[in-house]
Design a protein around this ligand. Structure first.
Ligand code: C2E
Ligand code: MG
Ligand code: MG
Length: 763
């Protein structure tokens, strides 16, 4: 897009150059002596002008209003091409004055140019404002008629035919009015068309006024301007304006900003109109009246002048009052669009800025930044310290913004950046830069903290709304969170499918739970020294009627996100405890001592979870020590609510195991703060332990065993797949192990049979 934009810019410059060349041709011709060739420059220049205006009217980044505006100017230019051809024909025929075939296209061209201004919307105006505008225009028009009328009929050379005089005066008045319209449009703060381009367009009416004045003054230059030189000059103004607009659209020039139309062109014009008229009245009346009559006229003019001055004064007062109101309004708007804590833009302010860029087809990318585990920070440090952190991060993002970038706080711990780019590489680079800014250490309660953030990037596409782009960025951010903390993702349409798939799977899982499609398998946990089964882990399975068996790795995350994990987890807990009861009843002492049940963080956040566990144990006539709940490290650091739940479970006597130990943010302080009984070394540390290839992992496995011994915790190695691994782990100090080498997850009866047979298989 950028490349083609610059191409258009070059095209615009070319158009300006053609026009300038045409002007030069005319000037040279005029100096060297007029010939028909002078007239040929007009059509050439205006054809180039038409091309220049047309280019802007089809510019891919131009808003609709801007396209419409320049389209009408292109049409106006076409009409002027006809005019210039007509002028050439007239010169060839050697006709005097302006024949109808030349006047009509001129008028059409003027009307089209005026019509273009309906695309420059007026600022919000009341009916009174409209009347005032109309009166302004009328004042200028009346003054124009008087001045040009006087010049045409009193000052113009004697031989000039009356129709020519009238036509010249009409052209002068029209140009004057056009100047008012252009001036008003250029100072309109809500106008879409570039104010600088509008100002350049005013060259047309200015040339017209100068030409008429010179013509009526009887100079040759006036004739030349009106008949030949004027057209390429007007064309030059038009295509220079189009070129300027083109540069603004391509982002090569910045748009002029108008702070408010406090002094429009009409104010000085109005004063001028009154002054000139007064001079005319005095001048004309002085010729025919006696002294008394003259005094009355001068008195009347003076009174009129005083009334006008009075008018201007009250206008000034109004303007001041209006300025105060406007300032208040701006302040209110600013408050409505900004976040009170950080001073950044809020969601509304951000959406507005994003929508503005999208509407104008300017490149825009939304980056969402969400701080990982901020809930925990909030819970542990308290809300006011958390606010301090957010403030520091906001300042950092604000300071990190380059030209055209905008930082906002959408709410809670969610920030957003608006980037003026549409190139994926640039967007990703900027997003990681801001992500790194969030991740730098922050100070709160005399502590240094590092708060990693996840980032979602969405590039605004043609036709997308701000809401859609933000939603895409949100989807990308969740994809980033899923991929692991402190990562980023750029939105891909397939992510929406993933989301839809998850939603579908969640729906089916909901039905599956009620239809009884879930069942439990049990994987024995062995005592590696005695070879006896010491326990078993309940692992859920879903037999989908169409899809077949669905892995828990696939549906457990879906259940967690949708909240279905709560009923699912309740069912697993009840079923696992009931199974332990059955084994006890069937096999007596040979049955395992305790059953392991996996618990998701979502379940731990449920207020009634402890009561539920106690009730299930009671219902199955089990002791709290008969149950081991497996939780992951990340769920332990979820916040005070979860910490309290775990503490209460521990006090009840239920044992807790840290699952997948070593993969999360394992820290010694975590082990001290959390009432843990069992460490389950993650399978990834067990893989390759036998050949000793990965020294790092080997060291972690050994350290975890020692740690468990020192803290008097039970260490369990997960995912043992060979005898070598089993031997090696036992040597390291692992007393317990679980894995396909000893037994896969099994149906309840097979697992029960193993319990009975296990003593025979003692190591
Ligand atoms: P986990 O709790 O770490 O469970 C251990 C996983 O490792 C199980 O996979 C088990 O079948 C597998 N495994 C055991 N030994 C070996 C081995 O030697 N080699 C290999 N390759 N794998 C082995 P599964 O059953 O697919 O479960 C995956 C995860 O799903 C579990 O990881 C657990 O986080 C979750 N999950 C399973 N059932 C439940 C449940 O009832 N509730 C909750 N909240 N999560 C569950
Ligand atoms: Mg587990
Ligand atoms: Mg595990």
């Amino acid at each position: 897009m950028n490349g083609s934009g610059r191409g258009t810019g070059r095209g615009g410059l070319l158009t300006v150059l053609v026009c300038a060349a045409a002007v030069l041709t005319v000037v040279v011709e005029l100096i060297a002596g007029e010939s028909l060739l002078v007239y040929a420059a007009g059509p050439v220049a205006l054809l180039a002008t038409t091309a220049g205006c047309y280019r802007v009217s089809v510019h891919p980044r131009a808003p609709r209003a801007v396209r419409g505006f320049w389209r009408l100017w292109a049409y106006s230019s076409v009409a002027l091409v006809v005019t210039t051809v007509a002028a050439m024909f007239r010169a060839w025929r050697d006709t005097d004055g302006m024949p109808l075939y030349e006047a009509v296209p001129t008028l059409v061209s003027l009307v089209l140019a005026m019509l273009a201004f309906r695309y420059v919307p007026p600022s919000r105006r009341t009916l009174l404002d409209w009347y005032r505008l109309l009166l302004d225009g009328a004042a200028v028009a009346v003054a124009g008629v008087l001045v040009f009328g006087y010049a045409a009929f009193d000052l113009a050379p004697d031989g000039m035919p009356p129709t020519t005089r009238a036509a010249a005066a009409a052209v002068g008045v029209t140009c004057l009015l056009a100047l008012v319209v252009f001036g008003r449009a250029a100072v309109n703060p809500e106008g879409r068309v570039d104010p600088a381009a509008l100002s350049v367009l005013a060259i047309g009416p200015l040339v017209g006024i100068v030409a008429v004045v010179l013509f009526l003054g009887g100079t040759d230059w006036g004739v030349m301007l009106l008949s030949a030189l004027g057209y390429p000059l007007v064309g030059l103004g038009m295509c220079a304006a189009a070129y300027r607009q083109d540069r603004v659209l391509n982002g090569l020039s910045t748009r002029w900003t108008v702070t408010g139309a406090r002094w429009s062109l009409t104010d000085p014009l109005q004063v001028l109109a009154v002054a000139v008229t007064a001079v005319l009245v005095i001048n004309v009346s002085a010729r025919d009246l006696d002294l008394r009559g003259q005094a009355v006229i001068i008195g009347a003019v003076l009174i009129a002048a005083i009334v006008v001055a009075r008018q201007l004064l009250s206008l000034r007062e109004n303007t001041l009052a209006l300025r105060g109101i406007r300032r208040q309004q701006e302040e209110l708007e600013r408050l409505a669009l900004s976040d009170s804590l950080t001073g950044l833009r809020n969601r509304t302010g951000y959406s507005l800025a994003l929508a503005e860029r999208l509407d104008e087809h300017l490149p825009a990318t939304a980056v969402l930044l969400d701080i990982d585990d901020f809930k925990m920070v909030n819970d542990t440090l308290g809300p006011s310290a958390a606010d301090q952190l957010l403030y520091q991060i906001a300042q950092r993002l604000q300071d990190g913004c380059g030209p055209g970038e905008l930082a906002a706080r959408l709410g809670g711990d969610e920030f957003a950046i608006l980037l003026p780019v549409d190139d994926p590489v640039a967007a990703e680079r900027a997003a990681t830069r801001f992500q790194a800014l969030v991740g730098l250490p922050v100070q709160a309660c005399e502590q240094q903290l590092m708060l990693p953030a996840s980032a979602g990037i969405a590039i605004g596409e043609l036709g997308e709304t701000a809401d859609e782009v933000l939603r895409n960025a949100d989807i990308a951010m969740y994809a980033a969170k899923d991929a692991g903390k402190a990562s980023w993702a750029r939105f891909q349409p397939s992510m929406r499918h993933d989301l839809a798939n998850h939603a579908r799977l969640a729906g089916e899982l909901h039905d599956g739970i009620t239809r009884g499609e879930l069942r439990l398998l049990y994987q024995p946990v062995y005592d590696l020294v005695t070879g006896r089964i010491s326990g078993a882990e309940a692992l859920v399975r879903w037999q989908h009627p169409q899809r077949g068996p669905v892995s828990p790795a696939e549906f457990v995350p879906v259940a967690e996100r949708s909240g279905l994990i709560v009923p699912l987890g309740s069912w697993v807990l009840g079923e696992a405890c009931a199974q332990l009861r059955r084994w006890r009843d069937e096999h007596g002492d040979a049955a395992i001592a305790a059953i392991n049940v996996n618990v998701a963080v979502r379940q731990l956040r449920e207020p009634g979870f402890v009561d539920e566990v106690v009730a299930v144990l009671d219902a199955n006539d089990l002791q709290p020590a008969d149950l081991v709940l497996e939780v992951t490290e990340s769920s332990v650091v979820d916040g005070w609510q979860v910490t309290e739940t775990l503490q209460a479970l521990h006090e009840e006597g239920v044992r807790l195991a840290l699952d997948d130990f070593g993969t999360g943010q394992s820290s010694l302080s975590l082990l001290r703060a959390f009432p843990v009984d069992v460490l389950k070394l993650d399978k990834s540390f067990v893989d390759g332990i036998a050949d000793g290839a990965d020294r790092g992992r080997l060291a972690v496995a050994a350290a975890v065993a020692q740690l468990a011994e020192h803290l008097q915790l039970k260490a369990v190695a997960e995912g043992i797949e060979s005898r070598e691994q089993q031997d090696r782990l036992r040597e390291m100090g692992y007393r317990y192990g679980q894995g396909y080498f000893m037994a896969r997850p099994l149906p309840a009866d097979e697992c029960g049979a193993l319990m009975v047979a296990a003593p025979a298989r003692a190591a």
